[in-house]
Design a protein around this ligand. Structure first.
Ligand code: TRP
Length: 364
């Protein structure tokens, strides 16, 4: 079977290094691997609206931010279809039919949705659209017959829900839908990159993110202010790696070749960690090393962003073309779904003949 990728992001803000190590970097590799027949990357604006009803302007403004971040990371419209979710009405139709295959109690058990409901204080007033977004996400994934969905582990419940819908649909109707697999980030640090303050999650409101669009100077300042080990007061003190943001970032960003370039006294990250643990290695030195690595990685992204920022209409054109191509693929799946459900009346010559025959008998 042809391998197809689909994944996406809610356009609620600029993308940061957490998105980068958690998914963006990988997407570019997958795109360039030649292993996938199609790669679809979706700006999930309709999903963003499910918990931003009061903030449509935020979603609207961030379409271009996310698109710029995608392109500057190296997603290439010649190889990857970039699309905007709301421009594919077929997704709504699929969602509507899938709703019959899912129970309310099943949705209530979705841990990610549960958690989000808590975070947003939705308890007593959950929008139906928000509550059912896992079903709409199943439509996103199945519409493109995705085999592979690169996501963080917070999205596993959505993939699980999608698989259940696929199995149910294929059993009740006909084997039309493709069973997708999640593709998780390469390690724990990439999966959960903390904010620069050491808090579990990077978030705009906490002001603890390093954005892909930050200047070199902003990035350096943020890295130099990073939370490390509060017990590591003197260089000679033994240091701890657990919860030490700088080392978590190194786990996500550092490759052995970086030592040759920026810190030749050490062979690899294990040696650096061992020295830190023993004592005698200062935070500033490690932070400078991290800064070199992160700058090396972000510099070309920043440069490409500047280039793309010069022609914004061209980016909307890319999104329009991508959405049109995506719509064709989704329409094909929807047509197969409707045939399988036997609601394709006008293309169903047999149905028409059968109904006609029934009434002919009566008249005869
Ligand atoms: N729920 C995803 C997020 O919050 C965004 C998303 C929407 C998505 N549709 C998708 C991810 C389909 C993967 C596949 O980041």
């Amino acid at each position: 079977m042809d391998k197809i990728i689909l994944t996406g992001d809610r356009p609620t803000g600029r993308l940061h290094v957490g998105h980068y190590v958690g998914s963006l970097r990988r997407r570019v590799e997958l795109q360039n691997s030649g292993e996938y027949k199609k790669v679809y990357i979706m700006i999930a604006d309709a999903q963003a609206l499910t918990d931003n009803i009061e903030n449509p302007e935020k979603v609207r403004q961030n379409i271009i931010e996310v698109a710029l971040d995608y392109l500057s990371c190296g997603l290439d419209p010649a190889k990857t279809t970039l699309l905007i979710q709301s421009q594919i009405p077929e997704l709504c139709e699929l969602t509507f039919y899938y709703m019959d295959l899912v129970t309310v109690s099943r949705l209530q058990r979705n841990p990610t949705v549960k958690n989000e409901i808590q975070m947003r204080n939705f308890e007593a007033s959950i929008p139906v659209g928000f509550f059912t977004y896992p079903i709409s996400q199943a439509a996103d994934i199945t519409a493109f017959k995705a085999t592979t969905v690169p996501v963080g582990d917070d999205q596993l419940p959505m993939i699980e829900q999608t698989k259940e819908i696929v199995h149910k649909f294929n059993t009740v109707y006909a084997p039309v839908l493709v069973d997708p697999q999640a593709l998780l980030p390469e390690n724990e640090a990439c999966m959960r990159l903390p904010g620069i303050d050491g808090r579990a999650k990077m978030s705009k409101s906490l002001g603890n993110c390093i954005y892909l669009a930050d200047t070199a100077d902003e990035v350096r300042k943020k890295i130099m202010s990073m939370y490390t080990d509060p017990q590591h007061l003197q260089v000679s003190d033994p240091g701890h790696l657990e919860g030490n943001t700088v080392f978590t970032y190194l786990d996500a960003f550092c490759r052995t070749e970086h030592f040759g370039r920026y810190l030749p006294e050490y062979a690899d990250l294990d040696e650096l960690k061992a020295h830190y643990r023993r004592g005698g290695l200062g935070d500033v030195k490690v932070k400078k090393f991290l800064n070199n690595i992160v700058q090396e990685e972000l510099e070309p992204i920043r440069e490409r962003r500047k280039m793309f920022e010069r022609d914004i209409p061209a980016i909307f054109e890319i999104l329009k073309k991508g959405s049109e191509a995506a719509r064709e693929a989704a329409a094909q799946t929807l047509s197969e779904v409707k045939s399988a459900m036997r609601i394709n009346y006008f293309e169903d010559a047999e149905l028409i003949r059968e109904q006609a025959a029934k009434y002919e008998e009566g008249q005869g």
